[in-house]
Write a protein that binds this ligand. Structure first.
Ligand SMILES: [Zn+2]
Length: 129
């Protein structure tokens, strides 16, 4: 399926899992979390990473609203891009299924893989729980 797209292969697999409701993260022996396609812990350099189920929901830690996007996302604007805290990992995604006025720090969200209206490519999204 995505064999000839090696660039983001690890992340594509992760999106597949997330779409099935089986999102996961990678944890090293020291308990640091990271996301594919990493193969090395960004905090301590450990290479022995275990796959652990991601918590079902996280909370928005910070977000920005884009009204004038780059051409690649022009059909999607305006939209909010948020960093959500899922405990061991922070994940960046596009907020979907919510009025922009209701997006705020501390909002509880779950991962929802969505498709960019502009490029037709899959995008990591967050929807309010
Ligand atoms: Zn580590």
């Amino acid at each position: 399926m995505s064999e000839n797209k090696t660039r983001d292969a690890g992340f594509d697999e992760w999106l597949d899992a997330a779409e099935e409701g089986e999102a996961y993260y990678l944890e090293c022996a020291n308990g640091h979390g990271s996301l594919p396609p990493r193969r090395v812990c960004p905090d301590c350099g450990a290479t022995d990473l275990e796959t652990v189920d991601l918590p079902d929901s996280g909370t928005i830690e910070t977000f920005t609203v884009t009204h004038v996007p780059t051409p690649a996302f022009e059909e999607d604007a305006p939209y909010a891009t948020a960093v959500a805290d899922f405990g061991p990992v922070r994940i960046t995604g596009q907020v979907v299924g919510a009025d922009l006025e209701t997006v705020e720090n501390g909002l509880e969200v779950e991962i929802e893989v969505t498709v960019s209206e502009t490029t037709g490519e899959r995008v990591l999204g967050f929807s309010p729980v």
